[in-house]
Every structure is written in C-alpha cells, then in structure tokens.
Design a protein around this ligand. Structure first.
Ligand code: ADP
Ligand code: ADP
Length: 234
C-alpha cells in the first residue's frame, strides 16, 4: 500500500490551510509530519482517512491516491476508513469494557462468531503490546486504565479491523515519558505490518521513530526526506 498526494489544497471556508501538498507515503515505513502548531499537520492527516467528510465547511482540491485509487473519486469513505485506521491526541476509549472497545469495529464489520471475536481481540491487544496487562480484566471498564494503557487500547481498537495504514495524531502528547516510549517502541514493531503516519511537534520523537520526515510550515511542506538525512544536515 502506498499513498500519493498530488497538489493538495485544503480550505476551511475561505481560509486556505494546505497549499500544494505533494507527498509519497511508502509501505512499511513510519512517516513523521512535523512542524509548529497550526501549520496544517493534523489537517493533512485527516485527509488520508476522509475525516474531513464530516465537515461541510472543508473544500479539498488535488488528488490523493491509495494504491493508485483516488480516495475521493474511486473509493467510498467506509472503504477508506476500513483500510486506514486512526488514533488521536488524547486517548478516547469508549465507556465500555476493554474487550468491547476492541471488538466494537469487528462487530460493526459483521463478525459474530465468539471464537473469532476472541481471537481477533487478543491479536489486536498483542499487537498494541497490551495483552499481558489486561488479559485478566478484559471485562473491566476501559475508563479505569491509565492514560498510556488507554492510548494503546485505542491503537488496538484501530488495528482490530485489519487496516493497512495507521494514522497517529500526536499520540503521545498527553502521556508521561514511560508511556510515550512504549508508543514509540510500538511504532517500530508495527511498521513491519503497517504503514504508519505520525504527527508530532517533537523533532526528537521524529528522529526516534520515523523513516521519513515531512516538515510543515504555514500550510506547506517545505522539505521531505529520509529522517536520518534531514537530521544529519546542520
Ligand atoms: P497542526 O496540526 O499543524 O497544529 P492544524 O492542521 O490543526 O495544524 O491547523 C491548521 C490551520 O487550520 C490552523 O490555522 C487551524 O486553526 C485551522 N483549522 C484546523 N481545523 C479547523 C477547522 N475545523 N475549521 C477551521 N479552521 C481549522
Ligand atoms: P488537535 O490539537 O487535536 O490537532 P485541532 O487543532 O484539529 O486539534 O483542533 C481541535 C478541534 O477544533 C478540531 O475539531 C478542529 O477541527 C477544530 N478547530 C481547530 N482550529 C479551528 C478553527 N480555527 N476554527 C474552527 N475550528 C477549529
């Protein structure tokens, strides 16, 4: 799977928030979007799973392709969201049990068989490095977990339906350093199976987790390159 954005402009009403964004996002890599607050990182990320569809005030121009298929003209939003999972800045688990948070999307996708649900919930929790911590309390409320656990639960919930891409919008900015490093470790293990795009305002984090980095400034990508290359140039 590969994303290709070509000359993407985005307007909130009359205000232009993205200008001529061109970006290739490659399979099994971590791509970091960095830059100061308000420069369009989150706005760009939300294009990739058609989250702006919900906002009638948004107008998008240009092309975004997922494996050569235009995500707006040739795919429906349900297909895009099935293939592209997302995790937000603040952990936002449902007020349900740990199990049901992860099973939710699977049930929506029509999976009813209890054994299959159990297996897939377990697999997603393992992939999110959470299984060992929660396997004895799957029926407890997700709201009783620590912030870091809640964020890994949100990752498990996003992974359960089997997306190819995982988008993460500043996933550690509400977390303590230990929880942050757990999420950063996850980026490394998950990229073997998923394409990951992470928004961060922390250059050190981009350096630790990403293969490629795109610098945003005032709605434009001013530079994109291999992370190691970018950070080795003075
Ligand atoms: P970043 O993620 O880099 O902090 P954002 O993508 O959130 O930046 O915001 C880019 C610009 O678009 C900012 O000026 C912000 O205020 C504006 N913006 C973001 N969301 C909306 C919205 N829903 N409606 C109008 N303007 C928005
Ligand atoms: P985050 O900090 O999580 O990236 P955003 O910057 O996107 O959050 O802003 C949080 C919410 O406020 C979002 O729903 C966003 O669309 C909205 N928002 C941000 N800036 C504006 C703005 N200038 N006008 C209207 N809504 C905005």
């Amino acid at each position: 799977m590969k994303f290709e954005a070509r000359d993407v402009d985005l307007y909130y009403g009359s205000k232009q928030a993205l200008k001529k964004i061109n970006m290739d996002i490659e399979e099994k890599e971590v791509t970091a979007l960095i830059g100061p607050s308000g420069c369009g990182k989150s706005t760009f990320l939300k294009i990739l799973n058609r989250l702006h569809d919900l906002n009638p005030n948004v107008r998008i121009e240009g092309d975004v392709k997922l494996d050569g298929k235009d995500i707006f003209a040739e795919m429906d939003p349900i297909e895009v969201r099935r293939r592209v999972g997302m995790v937000f800045q603040s952990p936002n688990p449902f007020a349900k049990s740990i199990y049901n948070n992860v099973a939710y999307g699977l049930k929506l996708a029509g999976i009813k068989n209890k054994t299959e649900l159990d297996d897939r919930v377990k697999k997603a929790l393992e992939d999110a490095a959470l299984w060992d911590e929660v396997k004895d309390r799957l029926n407890s409320s997700a709201l009783g977990m620590s912030g870091g656990q809640q964020q890994r639960l949100c990752i498990a919930r996003a992974l359960a339906p089997g997306p190819e891409v995982l988008l993460m919008d500043e996933p550690t900015s509400a977390l303590d350093p230990i929880s942050t490093s757990k999420i950063e470790d996850l980026c490394h293990s998950l990229k073997q199976h998923y394409t990951i795009v992470i928004v961060t305002h922390n250059m050190q984090q981009a350096l630790r987790v990403s293969d490629k980095t795109a610098f945003f400034l005032l709605g434009e990508v001013i530079e994109m390159n291999e992370t190691q290359e970018l950070f080795s140039n003075p």
